[in-house]
Design a binder for this molecule. Structure first.
Ligand code: BGC
Length: 718
């Protein structure tokens, strides 16, 4: 595309202050349509004649900026006046903040040294059909804005007494316009508002707001103050064992909202950054706070909600709510590991394990299409997929299960929504990933000799460690087999020649069986079963149940084993054991965190123990969605709603509910691309009543008996 706009930047020294760019113009004819195309190296906020041009926040979003930078186009016709003033503030955002948080990462400094810039075009169509473009160029001016500081991890500082008055000419500079792409993902929006539940005075005397829910976004406050009064808000997820404010687990992320008041009543919230929090410490506030002065604004990608689960069990309902909040708290343009500490990165492994549940809870097709385009764009020459996408680590690591996101995520998005486009988009990237393993493994047909995260955070890790006991070569080789099997399916679906991979796959399976003749950990059993690698699945499943018993009927799994643990049990006739684990309340379990008051999913099973002690200061997030993968088991097994591989997008459905007496009733609804499916069961008078609504032909399996039905509403007793 040809643009008239040029990249512009401020010419005066700004230090930490965010520049504001300005363009004024007067209309001498009637404008019938006005559009604004904008993007920035940083996060921008645009106001035309004092009004925000859109509800889109944190624009232009986060992509692999070196190769792909989204621009947005807004219809601003309604905001036009005779004399117009467009002002655009540009903050560092993801582009220039020192990310990742660890001190010794050279790229974090390099990132802050990049230039901030703005690019855009105001496109006016006059009544007579004439088109005029006012591009960003030397005619724009810039000044210091009231945003004195802004950054992703540390927060924002706004001086409401500051007025931008010294305007300077801008300069144009060279930066690629080839990288510009139209908005590809969902818009980022302020989606929800949460009121303060309680204002607490802690034993240390700190004044802390409790929103009663961990959220991602920022705090809006209204205050009556004098010019120069200072407000400082700090974020936390937890109170410590004594009930004091705690945020050591944010590590280097200061997460501050700072505001210098003007005179009178005023309302403010940060604009170019976000935080993960439940508690807000009022480090300084000019008056005695009242709950109604504060609101948490919840910010995430504008995805449509599609899945719901309700049950008679309040704790399960809370777990499901935690899964949902974990998702929206981390689906802010990129699927992140967590929203609070000095990471907030697009960790591939986390996204991979959660993609199925995510795709049922919300419509995430567009969200993943964009992110996977970034994944392919960031893939290394040799086919290796980075740890995080966009690649802010650039550490050359490769880890099984993490990088397999390249194959597993597009496959799941296809299954859930039935659109081949994502497979076509990602096919080359998938091949390159499998190619990377094939080229670099020490032993052919396995994946050996590399370093991996393994069954991350599993409980069979050494005390205090994070690498679970499952053998890394085992996990890596299992994923090599699984991803290769998916690549073969994908190739066939989109009509590509995959003969090479069809021949490769059985060789990997054979070598795997020959090499790994026994399974040592829970996760090794789970992977062997779930990826069809065991020659005798009935025996392996029985051994696994034995192993679980020997382990005290407790899960020991981490990021790799947990997503599949309940699936392999219910798929091999052990649904009761799956429910044992699901409904277990003692540590370790999903409901343990619920009993501990969790409102999102924790990174560690033992994030905080009964005595209030924390797992650790380092790496202890209370909003990490990975273990929320259990949500997909609730849809697929408890409620029994499953897609059919040959009719993706729920064009056909298998509905096989698996009730358990310990829950009186359960209901799941799923808005598929083919209409809404509902599965409900209830124990009534010693029997189970099933209500099933299907929008398409379905196979309904009740108590082992199959019924082929057309679209409609059905009741069964079993
Ligand atoms: C992240 C994880 C991620 C892991 C990789 C952590 O620091 O928060 O969620 O997957 O590193 O091992």
């Amino acid at each position: 595309m040809m643009y008239q706009g040029k990249w512009i930047r401020a010419t005066h020294e700004l230090g930490d202050v965010c520049p504001v760019f300005q363009k004024k113009w007067s209309a001498d004819q009637k404008v019938v349509k006005a559009e604004l195309l904008l993007t920035a190296l940083g996060i921008y906020e645009a106001k035309l004649n004092g009004e925000r041009v859109s509800a889109y926040v944190l624009a232009p979003g986060w992509t692999t900026y070196e190769k792909r930078l989204q621009y947005q186009v807004y219809d601003v016709t309604e905001l036009l006046q005779k004399d117009n003033e467009l002002e655009v503030t540009v903050a560092p955002g993801w582009f220039r903040s020192p990310m990742p948080g660890w001190e010794d990462a050279p790229q974090r400094i390099a990132r802050t040294e990049q230039t901030s810039g703005l690019f855009g075009e105001i496109r006016l169509i006059y009544e007579n059909g004439e088109q005029v473009i006012l591009p960003t160029d030397e005619t724009w001016v810039s000044a210091e804005s009231a945003f004195r500081f802004s950054e992703i991890y540390d927060g924002e500082t706004y001086d409401a007494t500051f007025v931008s008055k010294d305007w300077y000419a801008v300069e144009t500079f060279d930066w690629s316009t080839e990288i510009l792409i139209p908005q590809e993902g969902e818009e980022i929006r302020e989606k929800d508002r949460v009121a303060v539940k309680e204002i607490i005075t802690t034993p240390k005397g700190e004044v802390v707001l409790d929103f009663g829910q961990e959220v991602t976004g920022y705090v809006e406050f209204t205050v009556n103050a004098k010019a120069g009064d200072e407000i400082k808000l700090l974020c936390g997820e937890m109170l410590d064992a004594e009930g004091n404010f705690y945020n050591a687990n944010y590590r280097a992320a200061k997460s501050e909202m700072n505001y210098i008041c003007c005179d009178g009543e005023q309302t403010w919230h940060p604009v170019h950054t976000f935080f993960g929090f439940r508690y807000i410490k009022l480090e300084s506030f000019p008056e005695a706070p009242k709950p109604e002065q504060f609101t948490a604004i919840v910010v995430y990608s504008d995805m449509k909600r599609t899945g719901r689960i309700r049950t008679s069990d309040a704790k399960l309902n809370q777990l499901f709510s935690n899964i949902i909040w974990g998702q929206i708290g981390n689906f802010l343009d990129v699927p992140t590991d967590c929203p609070q500490r000095d990471e907030r990165l697009g960790w591939t492994g986390d996204a991979q394990v959660f993609v199925k549940a995510a795709s049922y809870n919300y419509d995430v097709e567009k969200f993943f299409m964009k992110w996977l385009n970034d994944l392919s764009a960031d893939q290394f020459e040799n086919g290796a997929v980075p740890d995080v996408v966009p690649d802010y680590l650039n550490n050359g690591n490769t880890s099984a299960a993490w990088r397999d996101a390249a194959v597993i995520c597009p496959w799941q998005i296809y299954l859930t929504y039935g659109n081949k486009e994502i497979l076509e988009n990602q096919f080359e990237s998938m091949k390159r990933w499998i190619g990377y393993i094939t080229e670099t493994t020490k032993d052919a047909y396995l994946w050996t000799g590399a370093r991996h995260y393994g069954d991350w955070c599993a409980l069979d890790a050494k005390v205090g460690g994070v690498h679970g006991a499952s053998r890394e070569d085992f996990v890596a080789s299992a994923y090599y087999a699984y991803s290769t099997s998916l690549l073969v399916k994908v190739g066939k679906i989109i009509g590509e020649d995959v003969t090479y991979y069809e021949e490769l796959y059985p060789k990997i399976v054979a070598k795997f069986r020959e090499t790994f003749t026994s399974y040592e950990t829970q996760t090794e059993h789970i992977l062997a079963l779930h990826f069809n690698l065991t020659a005798d699945s009935a025996q392996t499943a029985a051994n696994f149940v034995q192993k679980l018993k020997a382990d005290g009927n407790k899960l020991q799994t981490g990021f790799v084993g947990t997503p599949y643990i309940l699936h392999v049990l219910s798929q091999h006739g052990y649904t009761d054991v799956a429910y044992d684990l699901l409904l277990r309340e003692a540590y370790p379990s999903w409901l343990f965190s619920v009993n501990q008051g969790a409102t999102t999913i924790w990174e560690h099973w033992d994030g905080v123990m009964e005595d209030g002690s924390f797992w650790a200061v380092e790496m202890n997030s209370f909003n990490h969605y990975a273990y929320g993968a259990v949500g997909d088991w609730l849809y697929e097994e408890a409620a029994g709603i499953k897609p059919v591989e040959t009719a993706p997008g729920f064009a056909k459905i298998v509905i096989e509910p698996k009730p358990d007496k310990r829950i009186e009733w359960l209901e799941a609804t799923l808005d598929t691309r083919n209409g809404q499916v509902r599965s409900y069961w209830k124990f009534e008078g010693g029997k189970v009543k099933y209500e099933i609504d299907t929008p398409v032909a379905a196979t309904i399996v009740i108590g082992g008996a199959s019924h082929e039905v057309l679209a409609g509403n059905y009741i069964f007793w079993g």
